[in-house]
Design a protein around this ligand. Structure first.
Ligand code: ZN
Ligand code: ZN
Length: 246
């Protein structure tokens, strides 16, 4: 009841308050936009890029070209794409969406993701978000990946199944962990719910999350989805960490 009241209150507020920049909060023309200076501060990722992880290349390397890291150790997923480079400028957008109350940004971020992931969406049969553990869901009130997945489904028309994956245990936040520690942290943490297997069996799944860092989380989810019968798994995120050379 309290939640319902809060939601109605927010909807009413949104109707009378001017729309605000997703990053700095300055007033903008339409909801879900960045103001001109924030727009100029973020880096949009675009081809050419590694066919697997989406790492941006300076020059076109030919179709199917892989970055150094992927040619040494190919990720479990097929392709990963992102809207923005994850850096100081884009971090505020992600954190505002994750911990703040900027869920109004979901539909704009969904539209951005639909554009950046057009190639993946053309073949995707179902969109699945990375799940939160229920304990964290309880304290945070919403799963940001699920909000993004729902918005992306609205923008693209590809069906979404928000409750396919389950997080078996609450894993500690990975903020400062090394790549190996992250991998161990999420190993075996995800499983496909047996009663939801039919949503992904023999389908091409598009897995959605807010940020792709080392790939530990999406690889663990990909392994679970494959075990659950998915034909292929692609990844689409709002932002992706781009290392100086890869
Ligand atoms: Zn701004
Ligand atoms: Zn790569």
């Amino acid at each position: 009841m309290v939640n319902g009241v809060r939601r109605i209150g927010r909807a009413a507020l949104n109707a009378v308050l001017p729309p605000r920049c997703l990053k700095c909060g300055a007033v903008v023309d339409q909801p879900g936009l960045l103001c001109p200076s924030c727009w100029a501060s973020v880096t949009f990722l675009a081809p050419p890029c590694c066919a697997a992880c989406g790492y941006p290349f300076e020059f076109a390397m030919g179709e199917g070209a892989l970055c150094g890291a992927c040619s040494r150790d190919r990720p479990l997923y097929d392709r990963a794409r992102a809207v923005l480079r994850y850096d100081e400028a884009s971090r505020d957008i992600i954190l505002g969406f994750k911990h703040g109350d900027r869920t109004d940004g979901a539909s704009a971020l969904g539209r951005w993701m639909a554009r950046a992931g057009a190639e993946l969406l053309a073949e995707a049969e179902v969109i699945v978000p990375v799940p939160l553990h229920w304990l964290r869901l309880f304290t945070r009130r919403y799963n940001q990946a699920a909000l993004l997945a729902l918005a992306l489904s609205r923008s693209s028309g590809v069906p979404v199944a928000v409750d396919v994956l389950r997080r078996r245990r609450a894993t500690p936040p990975q903020g400062r962990m090394s790549a190996t520690a992250r991998r161990r942290n999420v190993e075996g943490a995800f499983v496909v719910k047996p009663e939801r297997r039919d949503r992904i069996a023999d389908r091409r799944v598009l897995l959605v999350d807010d940020v792709l860092t080392t790939g530990a989380t999406v690889n663990a989810c990909t392994r679970a989805l494959r075990r659950g019968g998915a034909a292929a798994v692609d990844i689409l995120t709002v932002a992706q960490v781009v290392r100086p050379s890869q």
